[in-house]
Design a protein around this ligand. Structure first.
Ligand SMILES: [Cu+2]
Length: 481
């Protein structure tokens, strides 16, 4: 039997769609075509060449339904190899879209086919896992509708991103050169605050008092919400008195935000696609790669309701405007009056999964110390920077596995496991049945434990989702058959 890997690479190497067609019953609709493309946007009044993942009719990403199969033909229309990861989904491992782990990248002009069942609904996304393509906005929504969607509810997607006119290779080179690149932001430490910063082997006891965390390695030229800044924000018409479901996706390479609903109360109903006991509030944290589903009741009066995203630790912001009726739209500055605080685990501690994992003792526990230093920009797990020679973490099918993340650095790290949803079960020694999700924030000095069921055998990536940390080696794999 042709392995899936061989199957995908055969498709990638030739233009043959024949294999896929042979597997497809005549009655099935053709697969959704997604194209990896170059496109132009305008940022701060200047043209920018970025990437996109779009259907032939221009739709970004995919909206589909739970219970359907994810049947996609991905076409590479750019002049370099690429591969797309379906973030948060649980495909067979060969279709997970991580070059060198799941399979080879798609060469320019070639395509690859995907076909697997969609087990659950929610807000997901897709992004390149190849090189630094994600920094050039190679990301798109992946929405799986389910019973949460109501006919009387308008869906509004907000894709957050960070943007720089500096090529990402140069950003990375400068980070590696000094650990404090010239594009380093206001919150970046001067030499006086560099002391003790994550020297090799430095350990910090979980929960110990931390100095100000080190945030925002990269100073960006703009923060985007649906490709726009607040100078010319996306304006979405909403019904006065109507209901809105915000699907917020943080597709940033490096930037975490506080989502700020202004005067509106929001009801958080899901994180990373998975339902939680609803939490009402006006401000919700979202680190890199996470998603928030927030229900809003729009007041009856005509008004413009900004939904802002405040960069953690700084006074930069982006956002969109929900416009109810013919309300005038006031210009909102991309600079807030004051810097926002760093993200904390206060919300994470309160979140409770609506459908938690069955309580069960872990069969296997892996401890992952998040390690590294700004100097030389070396990032690692258990002091090992990723290379092909690093053996995968072992586990076995059917096991309940717990991953203990202990952040020994001064930077927050959003940790993402591929191919499985996990549940947050402990923060700093306190057990609880927290949110089911796929990416969890581990702030400096903190200890976070997640649990998952080993029910999707294969070779899977496990990494920090900050793009330049991942590229610098804060990445590993796990494998079981
Ligand atoms: Cu990191």
């Amino acid at each position: 039997m042709l392995s899936r890997r061989a199957f995908l690479s055969a498709l990638a190497a030739s233009s043959a769609g024949t294999l896929a067609r042979a597997q497809t019953s005549v009655k099935e609709a053709p697969p959704t075509v997604l194209r990896i493309e170059r496109r132009s946007i305008e940022v701060n009044g200047k043209p920018a060449s970025v990437f996109g993942v779009r259907q032939p009719d221009g739709t970004f990403g995919i909206r589909t339904e739970v219970g359907k199969r994810f049947r996609v033909r991905l076409e590479n229309k750019i002049d370099e190899p690429s591969l797309i990861h379906w973030h948060g989904l649980t495909p067979p491992w060969q279709q997970d879209g991580v070059p060198g782990i799941s399979g080879p990248p798609i060469p320019p002009g070639a395509s690859a086919d995907y076909d697997f069942p969609l087990r659950f609904g929610g807000t997901f996304w897709m992004h390149s896992h190849q090189g630094f393509q994600e920094q050039l906005l190679m990301a798109a929504p992946l929405i799986i509708h389910d019973q949460r969607d109501r006919a009387d509810q308008q869906e509004v997607i907000i894709m957050l991103a960070d943007f720089s006119f500096t090529p990402p290779e140069q950003i990375f080179a400068e980070l590696k050169k000094s650990g404090m690149p010239s594009m380093s932001g206001a919150a970046s430490p001067g030499p006086a605050t560099m002391k003790g910063m994550g020297t090799p082997g430095t350990t910090m006891a979980p929960g110990m008092a931390m100095d100000k965390p080190d945030l925002n390695d990269v100073k960006y030229d703009a923060l985007l919400a649906n490709d726009r800044t607040l100078a010319d924000p996306a304006v979405v018409k909403v019904e006065p008195g109507g209901r809105v479901l915000l699907r917020v996706i943080n597709s940033s390479s490096m930037s975490a935000f506080h989502v700020d609903l202004g005067a509106l109360d929001g009801e958080l109903i899901a994180v990373d696609g998975f339902r939680t006991v609803p939490v009402t509030g006006r401000r919700f944290p979202i680190t890199v790669a996470q998603r928030l589903d927030i229900r809003l009741a729009i007041p009856r009066a005509a008004a413009a309701h900004p939904v802002l995203a405040l960069l953690e630790g700084e006074n930069k912001q982006t956002g969109i405007i929900l416009r109810a009726g013919d309300a005038p739209i006031a210009r909102i500055s991309d600079t807030a009056n004051m810097a926002s605080p760093a993200l904390t685990l206060d919300l994470e501690r309160r979140l409770r999964a609506l459908e938690p994992l069955k309580p069960r003792k872990a069969n296997r526990v892996h401890t992952l110390n998040l390690t590294g230093e700004m100097a030389g920009y070396r990032w690692s797990l258990n002091n090992v920077s990723w290379s092909k020679d690093v053996p995968p973490l072992p586990l076995a099918q059917g096991e309940r596995v717990e991953l203990i993340f202990i952040n020994q650095t001064r930077m927050p790290h959003p940790m993402h496991l591929h191919g499985h949803e996990f549940q947050v079960v402990e923060i700093d020694g306190k057990r609880f049945a927290g949110a089911v999700r796929d990416t969890v924030l581990v702030p400096p000095g903190r200890r976070v434990v997640v649990a998952f069921d080993a029910n999707n055998p294969g070779l899977w990536a496990l990494h920090c989702h900050l793009l330049y940390h991942l590229e610098a080696g804060m990445f590993t794999t796990l494998r079981y058959v």
